[in-house]
Design a binder for this molecule. Sequence first.
Ligand code: SF4
Length: 275
Amino acid sequence: MINMMKNVVLQQMGSKSSTNMIPIKNPIIQLPAKYIKEAYGRVHSIDTFTAIDGPGIRYMLFLQGCNLRCKSCSNPDTWSHKDGEMTSSKQVIANISKYRSYIEGITVSGGEPLLQPEFVSALFQECHNMDLNTCIDTAGQSLNKNWHMVLPHTDIALICLKSIDPIKYMKFTGMPQKHALQFLHTVQEYNVPFYLRYLYIPSLTDDYKDIDKFIEYSKTLNNLKGIEFLPYHRIGVSKWKTLGIKYPLEDIQVPTKEKIEEVTNYMRNAGLHVI
Ligand code: SF4
């Protein structure tokens, strides 16, 4: 059943991409729901209907806690590991089942969802029992052992690399880039199809040298289904103010439509599938 689900997902995603369907190398044994251990996680918020962040209409869960401090973060209220509501996986699944008739899958985002691997793993296994596909929206910054708990149950990953340049990455997030690249390597080992996000921020990640480096790196990746181009926006700035934290990109303007078109066309002309 899982493989069937994965193939459905891949076919849907194939309609967005020209790459061939990828064989599933790591079929796993799906436990019946009664054997899936209940796990607890800190949930920031829930969106019961979203048409972005994965294929089709989805149920989306934002988890609490993140170790990065991205300068453009739209959700700094998810950073704290203490806030959010402690929730059981079985409770979430009961809630998801109310929307089962129209959702195609579940996406778990954050914060950083890989910091709560037992919870995400339990949710994803339960979702597979309900024939729902599973998607993780992550920066890949957590312990390696966490990846091995979640990736076997993941159908799609949305990965934000933040910056291709290791020094800029560190300045932008406060964490070393190395771990994020290791995560990307592991995602490929698990054969999980993924989209890679390019965060385009004027004066920070708009250098064509970086874009060229990103293009070259992207071409080396297996199972990459496309590039999600994310131009800088100022959604979430008010949250920084509410939390009493100085917003570090106050002087940066959002890129113009023309500039976005120029850069996305540049990537497309270089052979990337930009969505
Ligand atoms: S990884 Fe996401 S939640 Fe964490 S700081 Fe960066 S943008 Fe914010």
